[in-house]
Ligand binder design. Structure first.
Ligand SMILES: Cc1cc2nc3c(=O)[nH]c(=O)nc-3n(C[C@H](O)[C@H](O)[C@H](O)COP(=O)(O)OP(=O)(O)OC[C@H]3O[C@@H](n4cnc5c(N)ncnc54)[C@H](O)[C@@H]3O)c2cc1C
Length: 487
């Protein structure tokens, strides 16, 4: 994929001119004040939208992305201004690095993508867990995972919480967090056993030193993106055409690929004329977003130890718990991960409440002095982002089939893509990416614009892998014993 200088690209994008299409050797979309005609309009410049647009452009078709916010990346959002070093406000882990389409493409961007350390640490009060305690915890996780998978084979879907083994004893709050709010942003009582058991294992992660959002922006180089241009209405009355209204004008195309989050769709921020089928509307509401946020604390020195990217989970004594990534990419920043009900409540109260809770939690684990070492702080509040409105989808009980429903086009002109639309990689960047490619291919195949599945060199759909059971990891020298469990 030819790339443009990022500054030039952004200037071109905000002017709404198809200069980047020219760089791709494509006809520039014919639109001046924001109106015009292209082959396919993509709504949203997150992972799914970028993947879809790249696929369409690679097939030699005219594509434009309209993006409501003023930046590229959606829930992949890197900030460098707050602390002077990159922080990922959204996705940070690139799961399944060996098969992840985004990680594979990263090789051509010049950005530094490195394998995340394999182990995680368990904090028990003011000390790290011993080998025997880790073994206990792992055994409990194995049994719980197995129970969820077994339950999913039953006739009726149930909540994950309903099938938990009865003898989890004092591990119960930790299991609740590690299998619920941490990976999926919802409590186990809200999570469908079928949906969770289908979710592909999240292992072998990689990090991008410059940030996952920076990586996504790089992968959008060469595409025509109209920032600050929300799609407000999608009209499919005219045969063979779709009209996409934005405050800057109307775009006409053969098809539109909509990648807005399920909560944005349920909120009715895009009007459809005629209305979407009930099947699609129900699917969006059954795939509501959970709550996940990051609280960043910058320290004087490295009070959490010298090792970078240590993931720490506590043996919790109740539902109010969190996880922490310490010394992110070798900086003095730590990233506290809040999720589920606690995260939602704190985010509702505001950034100060999130930061205060996080400092108190750290003081409980490392002693009160650690609070004195905190310099600057920052917390995300994804539920308050008007164009995302939450973290990632997780199906309600009985709702897992909604993901397949959303792969069906509407009137052969509207396709949906995004993390919620992937049956096994939902809630991830890789799932969003693959769903975007899939929607683009389905639309182009419909119009006879492609006959082959994908051009040589483009990544293929990641193979399905069964859920792995947690295992003990050999610990790194001079560090406490480590764990690895599937998130
Ligand atoms: C805190 C947090 C941590 C996460 N951690 C990880 C992780 O470590 N690893 C991982 O794989 N995944 C993670 N995820 C999930 C991952 O970020 C998402 O699954 C993925 O980025 C979603 O991509 P998408 O393209 O489906 O949607 P989005 O990224 O939401 O993109 C949709 C885009 O559409 C735009 N839009 C919305 N409405 C309109 C409109 N009307 N007109 C035009 N544009 C519109 C939005 O502004 C947005 O840019 C995390 C998410 C959060 C919030």
């Amino acid at each position: 994929m030819p790339t443009l200088d990022r500054r030039t690209f952004l200037a071109g994008a905000s002017a709404g001119i198809g200069a980047s299409a020219a760089a791709l050797g494509l006809p520039a979309p014919a639109w001046g004040q924001g109106s015009g005609e292209v082959d396919i309009v993509v709504v949203g410049a997150g992972a799914a939208g970028i993947a879809a647009a790249r696929r369409i452009a690679a097939a030699g078709r005219r594509v434009v992305i309209v993006e409501a916010s003023d930046r590229i990346g959606g829930r992949c959002a890197t900030d460098t201004r707050i602390f002077g070093v990159p922080i990922d406000r959204g996705a940070h882990w690139l799961w399944g690095a060996d098969v992840n389409p985004v990680t594979k493409l990263a090789a051509g961007t010049g950005l530094d993508v490195y394998a995340a350390p394999p182990g995680q640490r368990l904090r028990i009060g003011r000390r790290y867990g011993r080998e025997s305690e880790l073994e206990d915890f792992l055994a409990v996780l194995v049994r719980t995972n197995r129970a969820i998978v077994e339950a999913a084979r039953g006739k009726a879907d149930v909540a994950c919480q309903q099938v938990l083994p009865k003898d989890l004893l004092d591990w119960r709050p930790t299991v609740d967090f590690v299998l619920g709010p941490l990976p999926y942003g919802k409590e186990l009582r809200e999570l469908s056993a079928v949906d969770v058991s289908k979710a592909m294992e999240r292992d072998t992660p990689a990090f991008c030193r410059q940030g996952a959002g920076a990586l996504l922006a790089r992968l959008a180089d060469g595409l025509t993106v109209r920032l600050s241009t929300p799609a407000t209405k999608i009209n499919t009355w005219v045969r063979g055409k779709v009209e996409v209204d934005t405050p800057r004008g109307t775009l006409v195309a053969r098809a539109v690929i909509v990648t807005a989050s399920t909560n944005v769709m349920t909120a009715g921020k895009i009007r459809f004329d005629p209305e979407l089928p009930k099947r699609h509307l129900d699917a969006f509401s059954r795939l509501a977003l959970g709550s996940q946020d990051h609280v960043f604390l910058e320290f004087d020195g490295a009070p959490l130890g010298p090792q970078r990217d240590d993931l720490i989970v506590e043996k919790a004594d109740g539902p109010d718990t969190a996880a922490m990534l310490a010394n992110v990419s070798g900086t003095t920043l730590c990233m506290i991960q809040l999720g589920g009900k606690l995260g939602r409540d704190l985010s509702g109260k505001g950034e100060a409440a999130m930061v205060d809770w996080s400092k108190d939690w750290l003081a409980k684990l490392y002693g009160a002095d650690i609070k004195k070492a905190v310099r600057r702080t920052y917390a995300t509040r994804w539920a308050q982002d008007p164009w995302v409105m939450g973290a990632a989808s997780a199906a309600s009980i009985g709702g897992a089939g909604s993901r397949t429903a959303l792969t069906e086009p509407v009137r052969d002109r509207v396709w949906f893509a995004g993390e919620a639309v992937h049956e096994t990689q939902w809630g991830t960047v890789n799932g969003a990416w693959l769903s975007g490619e899939r929607a683009a291919e389905a639309a182009m195949r419909k119009f006879g614009w492609i006959t082959t599945p994908r051009p040589a060199g483009e990544p293929r759909e990641a193979p399905k892998r069964p859920r792995r059971q947690p295992t003990a990891q050999p610990s790194r020298p001079a560090s406490p014993p480590g764990l690895s469990w599937p998130f």
